[in-house]
Design a protein around this ligand. Structure first.
Ligand code: DO4
Ligand code: MG
Length: 285
């Protein structure tokens, strides 16, 4: 079951039919047993036609977030650990990443308030004071206020490698700025946990040509999704739930940096594709 936040409300896709749901996003997705509730709703609601569904989805799809905070986990895949050890070698920070990869406590950091999050089809920004920038494709959890994983979406944790590499204490500046996060295209609501063999792919296009592409599977993650959730919820309350990006599994080579106009496509099996164009924030150029 897929929930889309659209300009005219909420669209549910279930068993090849689509329904418009008259509800408020935050209270809907935070419900207990969201999957069971959506099944009941679909049995009780008249589906919309394929044309109407396409009209809604070809218009603007909003990020699947209301007023939740977005958090992120780091160094959950070997690829991320190795890339960060390399970029922070001259600052002497490499050992931090090595240690956190093996420690019982994961790295968790605050990533975004909802206003800084882009949806599919929208722009994400790179910082003008950063010369080395990458997208980070991440399976993203939606966890309700009771701490239950209710759904999955695709996240892009836009990052400045030059700022983080200069000094690990600059992490918030490398990670948090306008439109430094993207979520979408929908929230996949499932009764079963997402399969470990689900593929995650990233494609970056520059002037219509492929500048980078790679793929892996979620099973390469060092930690359990429930483990990340438990640490996040251990001392924080989230009255309408929270989104948690679970760490990057793909890192472009050190010679690669994003440029305005690049198009980043991140695909996760069963969820869809999140597409964003890279830009500089016009307010801060
Ligand atoms: O340690 C810094 C951030 C790590 C991160 O964002 C990731 O591994 O995805
Ligand atoms: Mg990340």
């Amino acid at each position: 079951m897929k929930l889309y936040k659209i300009a005219k409300g909420i669209l549910l896709e279930h068993n090849n039919s689509a329904y418009i749901i008259d509800d408020e996003w935050d209270s809907l997705i935070n419900r207990d047993d969201l999957a069971g509730y959506l099944q009941l709703i679909s049995a009780d609601t008249t589906p919309i036609s394929a044309e109407v569904k396409n009209e809604h989805l070809n218009g603007k799809i909003l990020p699947p977030i209301g007023s939740q905070e977005v958090w992120a986990a780091g160094v959950t895949y070997l690829k991320s650990r190795d890339a960060r050890m390399e970029e922070s070698e001259s600052s002497g920070g490499a050992t931090l990443y090595d240690k956190v990869y093996d420690a019982p406590r994961p790295e968790l950091f605050f990533k975004a308030i909802a206003q800084r999050v882009a949806g599919t089809g929208a722009e994400v920004y790179i910082r003008k004071d950063s010369e080395w920038n990458v997208p980070e494709p991440e399976l993203t959890l939606f966890i309700n206020s009771k701490g239950n994983i209710q759904g999955y979406t695709i996240g892009n944790d836009m990052s400045s490698r030059s700022i983080e590499g200069e000094n690990a204490l600059y992490l918030p500046q490398a990670k948090i700025y306008e439109k430094s996060a993207a979520l979408g295209p929908c929230l996949l609501v499932a009764t079963e946990p997402i399969a470990g063999e689900s593929a995650i792919k990233m494609l970056i296009k520059r002037n219509g040509e492929i500048a980078y592409q790679d793929a892996t599977t979620i099973s390469r993650m060092k930690r359990l999704l429930t483990e990340l959730t438990c640490y996040l919820y251990s001392e924080c309350d989230f009255p309408v739930g929270a989104f948690l990006m679970t760490g990057t599994c793909l890192v472009p080579p050190p010679t690669f940096t994003l440029q305005p106009g690049d198009v980043v496509e991140i695909t996760i099996d069963g969820i869809g594709t999140l597409v964003n164009t890279i830009a500089l924030n016009p307010k801060h150029k």
